[in-house]
Design a protein around this ligand. Sequence first.
Ligand SMILES: [Zn+2]
Length: 121
Amino acid sequence: MWLGKLIAYFLKFFYGAAFYRELSQNRAKLYFAKRIFPPFAVGQTWGDIIFIKKEYSGNQKLIDHEYAHVLQWRQYSILFLPFYILASVYAFFRYGPRNYYSMNKFEKEAREYSELVVKKS
Ligand SMILES: [Zn+2]
């Protein structure tokens, strides 16, 4: 997704990210990052580009979670970003400031996906 790719291109520098590998799941690229914003984030996905904090490099469940976001980017294309933000706003008012992240529809979906993948293997 070109928008995700463009944002990821600039974030690579800010995140001090180095390419690690291409995921076997068609063309998603995994980068290890020195830092990610917001600071509480350990992973982040922009289009086909996944950033994972270096310390979490061995965390396959996290990689699977972020890969679910790659699939969401592919499904919604340029609309993914506004949809994600809207889902956060909705979850904020519905579930409160502490739960808006975890109750975001796209985060729930990614969590379920990573749990499914873990069960399968
Ligand atoms: Zn997520």
